[in-house]
Structures are given as structure tokens and as C-alpha cells.
Write a protein that binds this ligand. Structure first.
Ligand SMILES: [Zn+2]
Length: 233
């Protein structure tokens, strides 16, 4: 009896990990209570494609993708986790966030793409930040779902301003011709991955670039959150 109690105490102390949201001790990066409390999209209801929901299709009617998959609307607490991953070097958040994505994906019968392509960062932004948050999350998603993580074909050769403060027209101008493709993609079906899709202008520009070389490729957009407050592409 004492042995079991002692072992339990040692294990509890050894974990020393707390939930990233509520900070309570937890064996998971996000505890079960916080997971259950997250407002997530009902992806089973829309067959793993949010564009099947009229309210979301209306917002993203100009998105040039066959499917849109997101875990949740952009709001607390996921918004905080994503911000900390992006600006405060909290790389551990990438795994926690990817776990949520994988759990959501497994609830659907979505046909998986052959490869996942994270939105590339420009080299100057990468040098400044030292990592690409979309790539950090996509790496875990690719590994869990046995997908190719393709970071070799799509390049961002134009250093753009942050899109958040720009109007719709300014966003499109800012991101125009930002991407190049090193060579045509050797796939029939891919997912472009970004942590947050706001207006969709950035993913649309990468899709436009890819379709110049691969006009018939199936492209899905995968992300953690969509920001439904921004309704104009
Ligand atoms: Zn928690």
C-alpha cells in the first residue's frame, strides 16, 4: 500500500506539467476539462468541410479551395495560445494545438491529402522570429497522419507587411506575387496550412501561384482558427 502511494506521489511530482490553459497539473498539454470546454466547430456535421456550412461559405465565398478545415473560431483561449506561439517563442504550444487539430480531423471521414504545405515565411521574418509557427504545428500534423510535409516547393520571396492592419484591397496588393513555386508539385491533392485564416487573402495568393503550375490539383485549406469577424476577402 505504502509502495503504491509512494509511486503515485513520485509520478505526480515527475509529471510537473500543467495545462497550458488553466495551469492545473495535467498529463496532457491541454487538460480534458479545458478541451471539453473549447468551442469547436462540428466538423462531422459538415463532412470535414466548413464550406458546407452556409454561414461560413458566405464569409469565405472567394476562397479558391475545395475544402476548409478549422478547429475553432478565433477566440480565447486558442487565440492566446496561437499568439504566444507566434510572438513569445512558446514552441510547446505547437504540439498542443496540433493535438487538437488531429483529434478534430480523426472525427471526420475526410480524404487526406498527399502533402501538407505550411504557408512559408519570408527569410527576413524567419531570421527575426527564428521559426515559422505554421510549420511547427504542421510538422506534428504531418507526422500523426503520415503526410508529406512539403517545405521545398513553395517560397515566399517578397517581404510583406503584416496583413492585420490593412484593408481588403491593401491586403491583396501587399501579398500579390509574394510566392513562387520552385517546380510544379508532384501531387494531385494537397492541404495548405496556416495557423489562422483571417480573410483568406494569403492562402488565396499561394493557391493562385500553385494553380499556375498545377491547374487541376485539389487544394484544401487547413488551419487552427478562422476569424469570422473579418468578412471581406
Ligand atoms: Zn486545463
Amino acid at each position: 500500500m505504502f509502495f503504491h502511494l509512494w509511486n503515485g506521489l513520485v509520478n505526480a511530482l515527475a509529471i510537473k506539467q500543467s495545462c497550458l490553459i488553466c495551469k492545473q497539473i495535467s498529463a496532457q498539454l491541454i487538460c480534458r476539462i479545458c478541451c471539453n470546454d473549447l468551442e469547436q466547430f462540428d466538423l462531422e456535421q459538415c463532412q470535414g468541410n466548413l464550406l458546407n456550412l452556409p454561414a461560413i461559405e458566405q464569409v469565405y465565398s472567394k476562397l479558391d479551395a475545395q475544402a476548409l478545415f478549422a478547429v475553432a473560431p478565433y477566440q480565447w483561449p486558442l487565440a492566446n495560445l496561437l499568439t504566444q506561439l507566434k510572438f513569445s517563442n512558446k514552441i510547446i504550444h505547437a504540439q498542443a494545438i496540433a493535438n487538437l487539430f488531429n483529434a478534430a480531423l480523426q472525427k471526420t471521414n475526410t480524404t487526406l491529402p498527399q502533402a501538407i504545405i505550411p504557408i512559408p515565411l519570408h527569410s527576413s521574418r524567419f531570421r527575426q522570429r527564428k521559426y515559422n509557427q505554421a510549420l511547427e504545428i504542421a510538422e506534428f500534423i504531418a507526422k500523426t497522419n503520415s503526410l508529406i510535409l512539403d517545405v521545398g516547393h513553395c517560397l515566399r520571396h517578397k517581404a510583406t507587411q503584416p496583413q492585420t492592419s490593412l484593408s481588403g484591397a491593401q491586403r491583396r496588393q501587399n501579398i500579390r506575387n509574394a510566392f513562387t513555386l520552385a517546380s510544379p508539385l508532384p501531387y494531385q491533392h494537397i492541404a495548405i496550412f496556416d495557423d489562422i485564416v483571417t480573410t483568406g487573402t494569403t492562402v488565396n495568393e499561394l493557391i493562385r501561384c500553385i494553380r499556375q503550375h498545377n491547374p487541376h490539383i485539389q487544394i484544401d485549406v487547413w488551419c487552427i482558427c478562422v476569424s469570422l469577424a473579418n468578412k471581406h476577402l
